[in-house]
Design a protein around this ligand. Structure first.
Ligand SMILES: Nc1ncnc2c1ncn2[C@@H]1O[C@H](COP(=O)(O)OP(=O)(O)O)[C@@H](O)[C@H]1O
Ligand SMILES: [Mg+2]
Length: 295
């Protein structure tokens, strides 16, 4: 497989998987890489809605902004669960096979619940990003923290799911999954809770063999970006945004850049050469290279 697969996972809704997945994808596009995205959440499809919002907004405003090649599953229906699962498996495999040889990165957004497909997606990850809201309730998705000592005790269901995925991956092609925990929606005010979360995560990371990256603060800007399908990496001027950009935009952009840096993503020689050419060329217009958009 040529493409580097980045999976967003956390068995908890509302932790910021879809928002982070979308931001990573658009950032990598602006950096000149070929990016495909796959939405494995067949119930909520937040990522897909983000994609649709972006396309609609771009069309309505005549904007030339980059888009990923996007795949999503059909909305899950109530009839035969087994048939649905098989269909989803087949569609997912097909999507990955379609793009693996020509995308630099494939971003996979997973749901906040455990399905066979969620497990398969985790096993395929080269980089697994787990956003966690800044509270001990969210840390509990990885391991139960002793309320007295603050030390992690028993591993939670999701942590075990990732451990199994890692084993499976090792058996398949001898590769390891780089697992990165990211605190999200961090409060601007420091508190005892925050310190507990930080130290709990550090200890969990040591125990699970994963890393903790600097996080993303709680910012209202994310609420206004979703309906327009925009990210903090788009040039949020009045024309693009249809209103005045807020000051939190630059701060959020900076944090996401730091996150990408911390992910330490490998860059293939091919992707590096293309990017250098793009940067050196007189008209570096990523948008003109990414017209192929499928839903
Ligand atoms: N850093 C942030 N600051 C403020 N709101 C955020 C932030 N990250 C995500 N959100 C909001 O949290 C909600 C859940 O995010 P989402 O990405 O859909 O989570 P998940 O995919 O894990 O369910 C959304 O309303 C989103 O706009
Ligand atoms: Mg989601």
């Amino acid at each position: 497989m040529n493409a580097h697969v980045i999976v967003l996972g956390n068995e908890k809704g509302g932790s910021g998987k879809s928002t982070t997945a979308f931001h990573l994808a658009i950032h990598l596009l602006y950096e000149g890489y070929k990016v495909a995205s796959v939405d494995v959440d067949s119930r909520q499809q937040t990522y897909t809605q983000y994609v649709v919002n972006r396309r609609n907004w771009a069309q309505a405003r005549g904007l030339r902004i980059p888009h990923t090649t996007h795949y999503h599953l059909p909305l899950s229906r109530g009839d035969s669960q087994r048939e649905n699962q098989k269909l989803e498996f087949d569609l997912f495999r097909q999507a990955i096979m379609d793009v693996e040889s020509h995308a630099d990165y494939i971003i996979v957004d997973t749901p906040g619940y455990d399905t066979n497909l969620t497990r398969l997606a985790h096993s395929l990850a080269d980089t697994l990003v787990t956003p966690l809201n800044d509270s001990l309730i969210d840390v509990d998705v990885l391991a139960h923290i002793d309320p007295v000592s603050g030390e992690p005790r028993e591993l939670s269901h999701y942590a075990r799911l990732v451990q199994r995925a890692r084993k499976e991956r090792l058996a398949i092609d001898g590769r390891t999954i780089d697992w990165v925990l990211v605190r999200n929606r961090i409060s601007m005010l420091s508190s005892r809770n925050m310190r507990l979360v930080q130290s709990g995560l550090d200890q969990i990371a040591t125990r699970l063999g994963c890393r903790v990256a600097d996080g993303i603060a709680e910012r209202v800007i994310f609420r206004s970006l979703f309906p327009l399908g925009l990210t903090v990496f788009d040039e949020l001027d009045e024309e693009l945004l249809g209103g005045t950009p807020t000051t939190s935009h630059e701060g959020a952009q900076q944090e996401y850049r730091q996150l990408v840096h911390a992910l330490n993503l490998p860059i293939s020689d091919r992707a590096r050469a293309r990017r250098e050419w793009l940067v050196a060329s007189a008209t570096p217009q990523p948008s003109s290279l990414f017209e192929h958009v499928t839903a």
